[in-house]
Design a protein around this ligand. Structure first.
Ligand SMILES: Cc1ncc(C[n+]2csc(CCOP(=O)(O)OP(=O)(O)O)c2C)c(N)n1
Ligand SMILES: [Mg+2]
Length: 791
């Protein structure tokens, strides 16, 4: 068993250190001890003590936790201000929960149920954890980059004059070194540089290990350049104070040079092997250099191991003084050298990512940490004399405020949105008109909207909005084309009050920006209504980031246009086929695909309200560039049904034998086909489904409630289809994957002929493509005929 900590042999805090006192370092180190213990114990309990019902390994990353425990203890106990917001490396979740436990913001019950239902989560979760998580993490890279966007959102609010500069926090990410391989990190660095990012810290837990093995040395020499190029200040915390002191002794320079040249894999292997192995290797490599032998002889094996693992990221004094010395708002990257599994028996071993200490090793650790048997969960077990002082310290930690760090932002009333008239138009045009009208209005909600788009602002029809409300820029810039009197319908002027965040083409950034904007009310106390636009197929590019934004329960409106093969000449590379099922399957996102603009108008109004409800969701609108004639309506009764997901556009007769069901831009073909069908089957109906998602969710949850709940409310789609004969046939059609609607046959047992796109498309005009991919009028009529031929 390796020594748990190294500080017994660490030099005393120097008396000139104005940023940190020796007493404080000692106190925080004691708290760190508890954190290190509790994190390991929480994982051990989940894997070895809690009864297992299924025999599966529970897991929990003791090595990744130990790697970050010193840094997190330094931050939470000695550096953070309440207004700072933190994204914690996902697999250091047990450390985070242990710190919250010491703060009194996490319960023993939650820790005991770590990774079991209702307990503390495997990875910090804003929505599922009960303690004070600022940003969810889990999918590596995303939790890091979201902090940059949160900082931009904070600046937007400050520049708008709705947030006090004094209240600005630092947006801090703690990241594993292997996370630096995720491309979205660099997309965020580029975007951050363009927007003068500030108040953002990324702290790298440089333990030289990834999940599989050892991280590349070669690349690591380049990271400083990359960060500096994009405006960051990089601070290396490589050597702990004990090492720094050793370098000053005779033979020390040779030792430092050896450390600097040592490859990552060797450093890790020797860390695992311990003091004797260090000595043997050091003597072989530099033993002939002056004074090295004497220097090494001044350490016994245990102390030599302590010296060689005394890296910057495990030196409390160094961490505290470094973090506290930062007095500028420039973004800072701290490269903290650490040991994966620090102080634990598998430290440095390349296979330790999923490693767990066995009961004997845990028992040894317990004794080493001075935790009496049976008191493993006690905050200050074995520290009776100091318990009161430690509790007192914790109660006075600035970050440990009694107030909740999340805000409840006011709900913004949603006015009636503009009537889009009856002229032939597309839903994309309708969207642009609504945004343009909102831009001109003086409604409070319009002032709180923020739009963003990855270089498709104009082509998704946000141009009118941007002309009115401007682009957000901290420094402001006139539109040179305008001042040079070059004619353009688009004004591209940025200023502090601008309400559009311009993004380069990187859909990950779009979703991370929407995540940060959509948490603005909770993070900063000022609600924003984010509206993001992109081409529908490129949802796939940022899908994990979209999922991440939804997992955090950020609220936004996503407008995806154009979509399907209906964008026609652009061809298969830009056509989206399976996005409807993404919309249906994505939790915390409601998918709509209106055909007409009176539908769109009501859906957007509903969406702006729904986004603000505590139990609401984000909203995804799959829109089209295809102009359609607008229907004449008979009264308003259809609206309520439409907002539940479906309505009879042409009501069937009671007991009718046939219905066509459609979603989106194929409304024209569905209507044409219906007119022909009506000649043979006068009672046939036409069901419009602007939200396959809503009707499916409601139906499937009503089915799940059967036999479980005493009263099961009939779902909306069940009620609509109950007008038809039990033997009726259905033809469904959508410009998207047919599975979006084919399930409708299961609601009441009707036979279904599902039409849709299930192959990559090609270029063409709408008629050619609808014919080729069998969603045109002829195809619908053929399907109707086949449906009738079915028994
Ligand atoms: C997007 C994504 N891909 C893969 C994983 C699986 N995974 C979990 S941790 C990890 C790498 C761990 O290395 P590092 O980031 O250096 O953290 P350490 O455990 O060394 O502190 C990987 C690949 C993930 N969580 N997210
Ligand atoms: Mg690592």
């Amino acid at each position: 068993m390796a020594k748990a900590t190294t500080r017994e042999t660490a030099p005393k805090v120097s008396s000139e250190n104005s940023l940190v006192s020796a007493a404080e370092v000692e106190t925080i180190n004691k708290l760190y001890d508890r954190v290190q213990w509790l994190a390991s114990w929480t994982i051990h309990n989940a894997n070895n003590i809690r009864p297992s019902a299924d025999g599966l390994k529970v897991g929990g990353h003791q090595a990744s936790s130990a790697s970050l425990a010193t840094i997190l203890s330094a931050l939470y106990f000695g550096v953070l201000k309440p207004e700072d917001r933190v994204a914690v490396k996902p697999h250091a979740s047990p450390v985070f929960h242990a710190i919250q436990y010491l703060f009194g913001k996490q319960t023993r019950d939650q820790l005991e149920r770590f990774r079991s239902i209702g307990g503390a989560q495997s990875y910090p979760s804003r929505t599922k954890d009960k303690d004070d998580v600022d940003f969810s993490t889990g999918s590596v890279g995303l939790g890091v980059a979201v902090t940059a966007f949160a900082s931009l959102v904070q600046d937007h609010l400050i520049d708008k004059g709705v947030m006090d500069e004094e209240k600005a926090g630092r947006m801090i990410a703690l990241m594993g070194d292997a996370e630096l391989d995720e491309g979205n990190i660099y997309e965020a660095l580029i975007e951050g540089y363009k927007h003068n990012l500030r108040n953002c810290w990324w702290i790298i837990d440089y333990n030289r290990q990834s999940l599989d093995a050892i991280t590349s040395d070669r690349m690591f020499t380049r990271f400083t350049d990359i960060f500096e190029t994009t405006g960051w200040k990089v601070i290396n915390l490589k050597y702990g104070k004990m090492q720094q002191a050793a370098f000053k002794k005779p033979g020390g320079i040779a030792l430092q040079e050896w450390i600097d040249e040592c490859p990552n894999d060797l450093y890790s292997a020797l860390t695992y092997k311990g003091g004797a192995a260090w000595r043997e290797r050091l003597l072989a490599d530099i033993g002939s250099k002056r004074s090295v032998t004497a220097l090494l002889e001044s350490y016994d094996d245990e102390d030599l191991q302590a010296l060689m693992t005394n890296l910057g990221g495990h030196d409390m004094e160094l961490l505290l003084e470094t973090f506290r010395s930062i007095d500028s708002d420039q973004p800072h990257c701290f490269i903290c050298y650490t040991v994966k599994g620090y102080g634990l028996p598998f430290q440095g071993h390349k296979d330790n990512h999923a490693g767990l200490m066995n009961p004997t090793q845990m028992e040894e650790l317990r004794k080493l940490m001075g935790v009496p048997e049976g008191q493993e969960w006690d905050k200050f077990a074995g520290m009776d004399d100091e318990a009161e002082a430690l509790q007192d310290y914790l109660s006075n930690v600035p970050f440990n405020t009694p107030e909740h760090r999340r805000y409840d932002a006011a709900v913004l009333p949603v006015p009636e949105l503009m009537d889009l008239g009856s002229s032939k138009q597309s839903t994309q045009v309708g969207f642009g008109k609504i945004m343009n009208a909102m831009a001109k209005s003086s409604d409070a909600i319009a002032d709180n909207i923020i739009t963003t788009s990855p270089d498709v602002t104009v082509s998704t029809n946000l141009g009118g909005w941007v002309n009115q409300r401007g682009i957000y820029g901290r420094e402001g810039q006139e539109d040179t084309f305008k001042s040079e009197k070059v004619m353009s319908p688009q004004i591209w002027r940025s200023h502090k009050g601008g309400q559009h965040l311009e993004l380069g083409i990187a859909e990950n950034n779009l979703f991370l920006a929407l995540a940060a904007m959509g948490l603005s009310g909770s993070l900063f106390g000022e609600r924003l209504i984010p509206v993001g636009t992109l081409y529908d197929p490129f949802i796939n590019r940022g899908l994990d980031a979209l999922n991440y934004a939804c997992y955090q329960d950020a609220r936004f409106m996503l407008v995806a246009t154009p979509s399907g093969v209906t964008l026609a000449p652009e061809g298969g590379a830009h056509q989206s086929i399976h996005t409807p099922v993404i919309g249906m399957a994505q939790d915390k996102l409601v998918y709509f695909e209106p055909a007409y603009n009176d539908e769109l108008r009501h859906i957007m109004q509903w969406g702006f309200e729904h986004m603000q409800k505590p139990e609401g969701d984000s909203v995804y609108l799959r829109l089209s560039t295809r102009p359609l004639e607008q229907p004449e309506r008979d009264g308003d009764a259809w609206i309520a049904d439409m907002l539940k997901g479906a309505y009879w556009e042409h009501a069937p007769e009671e007991g009718a034998e046939f219905a066509i069901i459609y979603t989106g831009a194929v409304a024209l073909e569905a209507n044409e086909a219906l007119q022909e069908v009506l000649e043979d089957i006068p009672g046939a109906g036409l069901l419009a489904v602007p939200s396959p998602d809503l009707i499916h969710k409601e139906w499937s949850s009503s089915v799940a409630a059967l036999g479980k709940e005493s009263v099961v409310v009939q779902s909306h789609i069940d009620a609509l289809l109950s007008r038809l004969s039990p033997n009726a046939k259905l033809v469904t059609v959508i410009d998207g994957v047919p599975a979006t609607l084919s399930w409708l046959g299961a609601v009441r047992g009707h036979r279904v002929m599902p039409l849709g796109i299930d192959r990559f498309g090609q270029s063409g005009d709408i008629n050619q493509l609808y014919e080729e991919y069998r969603i045109g009028t002829e195809a619908i009529l053929d399907a109707c005929a086949s449906a009738f031929a079915m028994k």
